[in-house]
Design a binder for this molecule. Structure first.
Ligand SMILES: *[C@@H]1O[C@H](CO)[C@@H](O)[C@H](O)[C@H]1NC(C)=O
Ligand SMILES: *[C@@H]1O[C@H](CO)[C@@H](O)[C@H](O)[C@H]1NC(C)=O
Ligand SMILES: *[C@@H]1O[C@H](CO)[C@@H](O)[C@H](O)[C@H]1NC(C)=O
Ligand SMILES: *[C@@H]1O[C@H](CO)[C@@H](O)[C@H](O)[C@H]1NC(C)=O
Ligand SMILES: *[C@@H]1O[C@H](CO)[C@@H](O)[C@H](O)[C@H]1NC(C)=O
Ligand SMILES: *[C@@H]1O[C@H](CO)[C@@H](O)[C@H](O)[C@H]1NC(C)=O
Ligand SMILES: *[C@@H]1O[C@H](CO)[C@@H](O)[C@H](O)[C@H]1NC(C)=O
Ligand SMILES: *[C@@H]1O[C@H](CO)[C@@H](O)[C@H](O)[C@H]1NC(C)=O
Ligand SMILES: *[C@@H]1O[C@H](CO)[C@@H](O)[C@H](O)[C@H]1NC(C)=O
Ligand SMILES: *[C@@H]1O[C@H](CO)[C@@H](O)[C@H](O)[C@H]1NC(C)=O
Length: 685
């Protein structure tokens, strides 16, 4: 049952990831490096003009509702892309996750398109915020068709585009596109580039925008004519043979073959604008290429400068060879760039294309990637469907996932996870042990099955663990027991399941054995060797005469003198354990006892001695020898157990033990008994 369920869970997760991998793969084959999503569309289709194949967003996002823009308005925007949208009436933050093949540290063009299209008949444009991963990108508050576009270098392989409800209407989105750019172009030391205008200068306004497939990166170049000077164009092919910086930009020939040229060599081309928002830094990319055949020996030399000469860059143009001039970041108003032609050239300045960006800040640091991966696994495995479980788990602080608490260091870490009463089914996923800074874990009141992973004990900072109200296998792994006894962990597990008591020993034995063996073969060996190392503590089942007998001992302190007496001055050594020698003793009522004395050279120390004493005081079981008492007098640390007359487990396992020494034949444990012992030891039953 349990196993079947966890396998199903696993295959669902696998299927889901295969399915999404498949989606992206199909896309990648059609438009390598592209992810193109028509939000709210139900079917994939290829746009005839751009030859881009758009996918439906179903399966990429769990939240939101599909709506249709007004058919009355579609004459304005008859593009398929704008006919459907996805709206997000619920949740403060809703995110799409993009997983491009190229992964992190690649520049991506990311474009989010919006057209309200009066889909709700309210004629009221909503206003909401757009985030790229954890950082603010833009506020969307316009009714006309518009897109927000950035050049972004992600820090993680997954990229999240989030719509944040700011209380001014329902967020929506029409389309989401990602294009991977090669060669580290459009890359800043820090921050991202946010597009304002991208102009194809000198192109007649009668022409459409240039984009894919003409632009391999699907940048959208808008024809622009600055209305002074004259337009020049050529039909000659642009020379892209050089492996220089300019050619890395792969600006299409169609864009570069048109240009604006001023009237004379002495007139300059001024570009001036007044940014509406102050405080933003601007960067301008100027694209030049000589498209006129000049008299031989002459070259056009152009200088791009700022009015106060804080920035000047002079380039000499060669026939049909592109040149890119990137401005520094400037942040005053108005901004004026001048393009001059230097005197020795004798030819007027030209400009072929230009791009204007502002610099977006990335002030926030995402949650540690290992934590993100682990919590994403947990979310997928248990099908956690919570509105807030989207985007980064910890950041921004206002959108921390419900049930998590984080520590806001650099990077932020997940320190507590509360998933009680959340309908979790299946086994305890190993990802839980990967939240390495976890202090608090509450998984109570779910239908969790299977074993409690020992690896939880490796969570150094974990101080609270509540597993009550589940159907977990009744065994607390040794390492966790140790943490509990060391008082570094408070753990709750309902008694019926913890099985530290005797009454649950017979329940569903067959089932648990199958599961334990099948789920953890290596765990089995660990357990087995663990059992051997505490060898003489465990009473072979076969020898425990009355299996229903309760061995509740009344342990009490012994004086060293008393111990010395009952062992006849430590006269008879019957074994040697991890602590030291074990002696035979006889209590005043005639009961035989094993007296275990911590030796001075003991490998296990005082702490372990205490731990064992405490464990045995709370653990009572037919297969565990019970503790009669202890002695803790200055140097003398002694445990007194019930005596097992029939030898120790190792002897039984190896067949050395002679049950009836006088009859001289040894009785070796059967394999099924051995397995049972190992299982019982493992489960603590
Ligand atoms: C990221 O990519 C750039 C350019 O491709 C490269 O110079 C840099 O070393 C890379 N950084 C990391 C951390 O991989
Ligand atoms: C190139 O110039 C010619 C003549 O001026 C004009 O007819 C044509 O439309 C121009 N081509 C483009 C792409 O602007
Ligand atoms: C130009 O540079 C100087 C010094 O580098 C600086 O003080 C001045 O503010 C700059 N001008 C503008 C407009 O930024
Ligand atoms: C260009 O020529 C003009 C007039 O001949 C002169 O005033 C100016 O200084 C020259 N500029 C340069 C950069 O040589
Ligand atoms: C977070 O929430 C607080 C209180 O609701 C608000 O004042 C603050 O502006 C929010 N911060 C962000 C980044 O939204
Ligand atoms: C997170 O911290 C808050 C405030 O300290 C606390 O009330 C809440 O219970 C914590 N949640 C979890 C899941 O630990
Ligand atoms: C758990 O499942 C039940 C029944 O399917 C449902 O009514 C309940 O809302 C679920 N609880 C949570 C927290 O998902
Ligand atoms: C553990 O969870 C159970 C069920 O939610 C609850 O009754 C119990 O109080 C919790 N234990 C602790 C120590 O919080
Ligand atoms: C968490 O554990 C690490 C060691 O793993 C330790 O350095 C750190 O101080 C602990 N933090 C807290 C809050 O206990
Ligand atoms: C366990 O709980 C007790 C009682 O609430 C508390 O005193 C102790 O500090 C807790 N131990 C840990 C490791 O948090």
């Amino acid at each position: 049952m349990t196993m079947a369920r966890s396998i199903t869970t696993f295959s669902f997760a696998l299927l889901a990831s295969l399915a999404s991998a498949l989606v992206l793969l199909v896309q990648a084959q059609q438009n390598p490096g592209f992810i193109s999503i028509d939000c709210g569309a139900t079917l994939a289709y290829t746009d005839e003009r751009t030859l881009i194949t758009y996918e439906s967003d179903e399966g990429l996002i769990n939240s939101g509702k599909i709506r249709q823009t007004s058919r009355m308005l579609t004459y304005q925007n008859d593009r398929q892309l704008l006919k459907n949208i996805r709206t997000f009436p619920n949740g403060a933050r809703n995110c799409y996750t993009l997983r491009p093949d190229q992964g992190k540290n690649t520049t991506y063009l990311i474009r989010a398109t919006f057209w309200y299209g009066n889909y709700d008949g309210e004629n009221q444009d909503p206003s909401f915020d757009l985030y790229i991963d954890i950082n603010y990108w833009a506020t969307v508050d316009y009714s006309y068709y518009r897109f927000e576009e950035i050049m972004y270098v992600p820090k993680a392989d997954d990229i999240q585009v989030c719509l944040v409800n700011t209380g001014k209407g329902v967020p929506f989105i029409s389309a989401l596109e990602l294009r991977a750019l090669d060669d580290g172009i459009y890359r800043l030391e820090s921050g991202f580039l946010q597009l304002h205008w991208r102009h194809d200068i000198g192109r007649s306004l009668d022409y459409d925008d240039v984009r894919h497939p003409i632009d391999v990166y699907d940048r959208i170049w808008t024809p622009q004519n600055y209305k002074f000077g004259s337009i020049i164009n050529t039909t000659s092919a642009i020379d892209v043979s050089d492996n220089n910086d300019a050619n890395k930009y792969k600006v299409p020939g169609e864009v570069l073959r048109t240009a604006l040229r001023t009237m004379s060599a002495s007139s300059r081309l001024d570009i001036q604008w007044s940014p509406s928002k102050s405080g933003k830094k601007w960067i301008v990319y100027f694209h030049f290429v000589e498209i006129e055949r000049l008299t031989s020996g002459l070259k056009r030399v152009v200088t791009v400068s700022m009015i106060d000469n804080n920035f000047t860059k002079t380039v000499s143009l060669e026939y049909l060879k592109p040149v890119v001039v990137v401005s520094p970041q400037v942040d005053w108003s108005p901004i004026t760039f001048s393009i001059d032609s230097t005197n020795n050239s004798g030819n007027p300045p030209i400009l072929n294309a230009v791009e204007f960006y502002t610099v977006g800040d990335l002030p926030f640091v995402p949650t540690a990637q290992d934590d993100v991966k682990a919590i994403t696994d947990i979310k997928a495995t248990y099908h956690v469907k919570r509105e807030s479980w989207q985007g980064d788990p910890c950041v921004p602080i206002n959108y921390t996932w419900d049930g998590l608490n984080c520590s806001y260091e650099n990077p932020p870490r997940i320190i507590s996870l509360r998933l009680s009463s959340s309908n979790l089914t299946g086994g305890m996923v190993s990802a839980l042990s990967h939240l390495s800074r976890l202090e608090y874990l509450d998984l109570s009141n779910n239908q969790l099955t299977g074993t409690i992973p020992e690896t939880l004990a490796g969570l150094q900072n974990l101080t609270f663990l509540n597993l009550s109200g589940n159907n977990l296998i009744k065994s607390v792994p040794e390492a966790l027991k140790k943490r509990i006894l060391d008082k570094t962990l408070n753990m709750s597990l309902d008694n019926a399941n913890l099985c530290l008591a005797d009454h649950c020993q017979q329940k569903k034995r067959k089932k648990t054995i199958i599961i334990a063996v099948a789920t953890s073969v290596s765990g089995f060996f660990v357990v087995l060797s663990g059992a051997l190392s505490i060898i003489w503590l465990i009473k072979p089942k076969q020898i425990a005469e009355s299996s229903q007998r309760t061995l509740r001992s009344k342990h009490r302190p012994f004086k060293y003198r008393e111990v010395s007496r009952i062992t006849k001055n430590f006269g008879r050594v019957i074994g040697e354990g991890g602590f030291g020698k074990v002696y035979l003793g006889t209590l005043d009522n005639g009961t035989l006892v094993a007296v275990k004395m911590l030796s001075e050279s003991s490998r296990q120390g005082y702490k372990e001695f205490q731990a064992e004493a405490q464990l045995l005081m709370i653990l009572h079981h037919k297969n565990l020898v019970s503790l009669f008492g202890y002695c803790n007098e200055s140097k003398h640390m002694i445990l007194i157990y019930e005596y097992m007359a029939n030898g120790n487990l190792r002897e039984h396992l190896s067949g050395e033990v002679k049950i009836h020494p006088t009859e001289g034949h040894s009785q070796v444990l059967t394999w099924s008994n051995r397995l049972q012992i190992a299982m019982d030891a493992a489960q603590g039953t």
